[in-house]
Write a new protein. Structure first.
Length: 276
């Protein structure tokens, strides 16, 4: 009798373990094993700008933090740091927030781990800002359509800012395979980002090794820059890989832009070769 009882208990435990495991999405398992999250820079750099934490979106995805996509002004460097799986989950986070019923059962299981996910309809709508964010993520999910033909020369790519007075971000891709990224001339605590680069599958792969960041100080009255800030170098324990897709830029034809030796869409930005 005791033997039968023991076998029954073991069977019950095995069944429960299987049922619990069956409720865990394969995406959750993949994030835990193939794409381990290392650390969150912003937890110990209190006065930092959001751009400092290049892996910020990884945290949002793992935590199912829908409050972080209330006003989704996405950043290319942070998008480029995501894996294929993470990009898929990030895009579908917008759908899950609306209560979308997923046909993909693994997606359903992934989002069911969050209390806020209440599947109710396949008919969901998005604001213009949300649609823009979703389309931007898709750019990073898709394959590149343009081959990069400038590996043997040093080039400064400047992101066109739509005609504003301030300059757009600069991406300096040097012939020696080092790079320097300088954000646009707006209030930003990130001064520059450095590392090495290569081209793989027609995508520019940046290996970020360090960031130069301003701490302290204050914003000037005309809101043009941070005054009396202290420059600090953040050195990454291991490089953060950022993948930027390459596509044809439609800006010159669309807006009749005559300048620039060459235009290229790098990530989601329309870029041209700049003389700085």
């Amino acid at each position: 009798m005791k033997k039968v009882l023991l076998i029954s208990i073991l069977i019950s435990i095995s069944t429960l373990a299987y049922a619990q495991n069956n409720r865990v999405s394969q995406y959750t398992n993949e994030l835990a094993s193939e794409y381990p999250y290392r650390y969150n820079v912003s937890t110990y750099l209190e006065s930092a700008d959001e751009l400092i934490d290049l892996e910020k979106y990884k945290t949002i995805i793992r935590n199912g933090d829908i409050s972080a996509i209330e006003k989704p002004y996405l950043n290319d460097l942070q998008l480029g740091a995501l894996s294929k799986t993470e990009l898929k989950l990030f895009r579908n986070l917008f759908y899950a927030k609306k209560g979308y019923i997923f046909s993909d059962k693994e997606l359903e299981k992934f989002f069911m781990q969050f209390d806020w996910y209440k599947p109710k309809s396949k008919d969901v709508s998005f604001t213009w800002l949300e649609e823009s964010a979703i389309n931007r993520i898709k750019l990073f999910e898709n394959e590149s359509t343009v081959k990069y033909d400038f590996e043997n020369r040093s080039i400064i790519w400047e992101t066109w800012n739509g005609g504003a007075d301030q300059r757009g971000p600069l991406l300096k891709l040097n012939k020696d395979k080092t790079f320097e990224y300088i954000p646009g001339k707006t209030i930003n605590r990130v001064e520059k980002i450095n590392g090495t680069w290569l081209v793989l599958n027609n995508k520019i792969i940046l290996s970020v090794e360090n960031e130069s960041v301003l701490f302290g100080g204050y914003v000037t009255e005309d809101a043009s820059y941070i005054k009396n800030g202290s420059s600090v170098i953040i050195q990454y324990k291991s490089p953060v890989k950022i993948s930027l897709p390459l596509n044809e830029s439609q800006a010159p034809q669309k807006y009749n832009l005559k300048w620039g030796e060459k235009w290229l869409m790098i990530g989601s930005g329309d870029c041209y070769i700049s003389n700085e």
